[in-house]
Structures are given as structure tokens and as C-alpha cells.
Design a protein around this ligand. Sequence first.
Ligand code: ADP
Length: 250
Amino acid sequence: MTDTSPLLQVSGVEKSFGDHHVLRDISFDVGAGTVTVIIGPSGSGKTTVLRTLNALDVADRGTISIGDVSVDFGAKVDRSTLATFRGQSGMVFQAHNLFPHKTVIQNVTEGPIVVQKRPKAEAHADAMRLLTQVGLAEKADQYPYQLSGGQQQRVGIARALALKPKLMLFDEPTSALDPELVGEVLRVIRDLATEGWTMVIVTHEIRFAQQVADQVLFVDNGVVLERGTPKDVLANPTGPRLRQFLHRIL
Ligand code: ADP
């Protein structure tokens, strides 16, 4: 049975770039083992929300708790707290950002060996298991340029999983792919959902959201404007902004 106590709690997060107040007040919870999809217009702050969850962008204010690590970004946050916080989540980006001069398996083992100081043999065995999971075991010794965009994204997913995060974050994982490659990446993410991974996914793939999301957040202009089950948010949108957004993309 899925444990639905919140793994992620976000409260009053704000973020500005210069005088541009991008996140104005972001609050939501994510239950352990559940999938949250974030939708919203371009420029509304979706990517910035994800980046604050991993402190790639450090929030100016607000509290973010992942598991038992809670950080109040309104106070001074020291480096070691920030490093611990970052280790709680793994991020998959829009375009693959694999190391081009390393093989697939080296891309996956780099973090565990260099950052987490795990034994090489263990990291290697783990990486092979993950590459098998994403259907790429036979590509282990190839280089990123020898793979399709979809395969590169799957390696990116294996690489993030290898660090054993509590929370997986996906920033438009299929938007840079040719249409025929989207399905294979979404399938891998769907399998992770079935396995019980806790995930937050920014995507425009509404049908995918309907299938895998436990919760959908509609972010507009730096706030969570609507939040609920896919049925509530996608099938029965109430607010005019959301209706307008869905009308445009569907
Ligand atoms: P979305 O993912 O919804 O398209 P983003 O979170 O990428 O939106 O961006 C929200 C706004 O924040 C945009 O106006 C964008 O230009 C701005 N922004 C994002 N990152 C930065 C940055 N590092 N420096 C300055 N402005 C940024």
C-alpha cells in the first residue's frame, strides 16, 4: 500500500531574479510514493519551482522539507545543510546533459563514485541494474553521441536514480525529443511510478498526466492557482485561467 504521508512539503516559497518576482507564493505537499504533475503557461515559473526543490535555484523565502531534511530559506542556510538538502532529490533535465566524453555506464557511475564515494564494483553493479531497468544494458559501453535522444534521456534518468534520491524531479523530460521518441521515455517514468517512486514532473503531456498523476498543480504567474486530482484539474477545470490554458494546448 502506498504511504501517503507527505514526503515533500513546500510552504510559502518565493524566488526573484533581480526585480522579477518569479515565484510569489508556492505551497504544496507531495505524498510518499505519489506523482505530482506541474502544468502551466510558459514563463509561469514551473521550472523554477523544480529548481528550488533541488536548490539549483535557492529560494529567497519559504520552507521546503524532503523526508527528514527541512530547510527554512528565509534564514541563513549553510553549505553543508544545502548539500544534504540537494542530496534528497534527483533531477532529469529537458535536454540530456550527459558527459559527452564518458560512456553510458561511466555517466551513471560518476556521481555514486565521485560524489557519494561508493565502492566502484557496487556502483557498477547498481548502474547495470538501472540501465537494464531503462532498457539500455546493451548500450553501457557506448558514448552519448551514439544514442538517440530518447535513449540519452533514459540514461539521464538512470543517472539520477543511481544517486538513490528520495524524490525524483523531471523538467519537461520529453519536450526536446522527436515525437516518436516521447513514448519510450514516458514509459520509463510510468514504470517508476508503478515502483512507488515519489516524483514531481513538469510536462505538457496532458494525457500522460491524466494517466500517472495523483495530483496536478496548475502554476500561473508564480502561484499554485489550482491543485487536485487529474480528474478535478484536467477534466473539470473551474478557473478561467486554467480553462484558457487547457483550451490552448489540447
Ligand atoms: P516555466 O518553466 O513555467 O516556463 P521558468 O521557471 O523557466 O518558467 O521561468 C519563469 C520566469 O523566470 C521567466 O520569465 C524566466 O525568464 C525567469 N527566469 C528563470 N530563471 C532565470 C534566471 N536564472 N535569471 C533570470 N530570470 C530567470
